[in-house]
Each structure stands twice: as structure tokens, then as C-alpha cells.
Design a protein around this ligand. Sequence first.
Ligand SMILES: Nc1ncnc2c1ncn2[C@@H]1O[C@H](COP(=O)(O)OP(=O)(O)OP(=O)(O)O)[C@@H](O)[C@H]1O
Ligand SMILES: [Mg+2]
Length: 286
Amino acid sequence: MKNEVVGIDAGGTLIKIAYRVNDEWELQKIPLTDMEKVQTWIEDRVDNPVIHITGGKAETLRKSLPWPAEPISEFEATCKGVSYLRKRFNEDETYGDTYIITNVGTGTSIHFAGPKEYERVGGSGMGGGTLIGLSYLLTGIETYEEILRLGKEGDGRSLNVKVKDIYTDEEPPISGDLTASNFGNIMNMKNNEYENKDYIAAVVRMIGETITTMSVQMADRLNTDSIVYIGSTFDKHDHLKEIIGGYTKLRGKEPCFLPYGEFSGAVGAYMHEEPYFAEKKAERKG
Ligand SMILES: Nc1ncnc2c1ncn2[C@@H]1O[C@H](COP(=O)(O)OP(=O)(O)OP(=O)(O)O)[C@@H](O)[C@H]1O
Ligand SMILES: [Mg+2]
């Protein structure tokens, strides 16, 4: 019986699975808390799987699965998956072959990708986990869908201090509409009633602005104009995409929210050692 490859990216919050049937990708997310469902999902589809596994929870999941599993470096898998998905969706033609990858998962990892190489260049604890955790701390709400919905409805901008709030009597040296301090407006907090949705909106804005700033600075340092944003934190989160996309453009860079970008790690793990990468390796050696 033929062995069939299944790519898995077991992250700190969600397990992503990538599998191919008749040249079509089948992609699935399973919360880490439902880890046991991974085996059933695979058994329902594949008779004789060979697992290519990556992510911080790879070893934990690998131990629970009854099949052979090849561990693959998370950063390598992510960058390979992004490279494949960019070609698949023709984003490489639009944005060129040198770019920053900002992976907003539970936490955030930043990578540089060139035509033939990639490297992890930075990261931050400010990520999708911060969105859930800080929202919970401020409002007591822990359902992810509810956090998404409220964040969209709220407007927490008056919880922040803008540059023009500081430069009240003179022209600011940078745009007065930029945020000078996220959650810095204690006066407004004391004098106004805020709703849960406003707190969550302010959390989303803080995460979006911080992630953009880090990504833009990295792009400047590494001489590229393109930033590819991936990670499940963007899934159904148009509000966060608007903040990050708008601010990235304002800072003179080109944002790309890669379709299915959150599956980059799983797709890259699946494709490990496929001809495309073998070619890249040969090119690098040559
Ligand atoms: N159904 C969901 N349940 C929980 N979080 C979700 C869900 N959908 C999207 N998210 C968001 O996506 C984030 C996780 O993103 P992602 O799956 O890319 O990270 P991860 O790979 O699990 O973590 P890491 O790469 O940091 O180990 C969560 O922190 C949350 O903000
Ligand atoms: Mg991840």
C-alpha cells in the first residue's frame, strides 16, 4: 500500500493539517486542546500515513500518534510554505522575491526571505495569544468568536494617547494622528465609561500597531518593501487586517495577507523534500 504524506504544524494554540487529494489541498485546524482528534481526522482519510510534523508542540503530538513522523524545523517549514503559497496565488509576481514574513500565531515570529535563503530575524511576545489573554483579563470574555465580534464593534482609540494630544501647543514633528501611547490615556479612562467592546478594540489596535512597527523596521533594516503577514490570528479578523494593512502602507511598505497563510507551516512540512525544494537545494549548492 502506498504511503501518503500528511503535513502537520502543531502550534501553541492550534494544530494545522495539510493533506492532498487529487492535487487539491485539504486543510484543517484543530485546537491543541482537542489533540486526540488529529488521529481520527487522519484515519478517516489516509490508510498508510507518513507524518511530516513541525511546530512547538510537534514532539508532544508525535508521541501520541501511531505512525512514523519526521520532525521538521518550524522556521524552515513556515518559509517554504509561504514560498509555495505565494507562487500558488501569484503574489510573488506582485511583490518580488525578497520579503519579510511576519507570522502572528500565539506569539509573533519574523523572518527574512530572499530568493534562495531565509532566516529568522526577530519576534515578539505580542501575538494572537495576547489578543485572547488581555481581552479576557479586561472583560472576562474568553470565547474567541465573541472577542472577534466585539473587537469589530468597539472603538478604543480614546483609551490611547495620540501624538497631537501631547503636542497641544505646537506642530508635532511626526503625524499627530499616530498613537503615542497605547492604553496611555488615564484621564479619559477615569472620566468616561467604556464598554467591553472598546477595551477589546484597543487591544486589537495595540497588537496591530506594534506588530506593524516591528515588521516595518525589520523591512527597512533588510532593504525590502514587502511584508507577508500570516498566522491564524488573521483568520476572519478583517479589523486587524485593516489596522495592519493601513499602517503598513502609511509607513511606505506593501502588506500582503497571504491566502491560507496560517497553513504555511503545515504545507511547508508536507512539501519537505518534494522536487521544488530539492531544486532549491541543488541551486544553493551549485
Ligand atoms: N478557533 C480559534 N481558537 C483560538 N484561537 C484562534 C482561533 N482562530 C484563530 N485564533 C487566533 O489565532 C491565534 C493562533 O494562531 P496560530 O494558529 O497561527 O498560532 P500557533 O501556531 O498555534 O502558535 P505559535 O506559532 O505561536 O506556536 C490565537 O492566539 C488566536 O488569536
Ligand atoms: Mg505557529
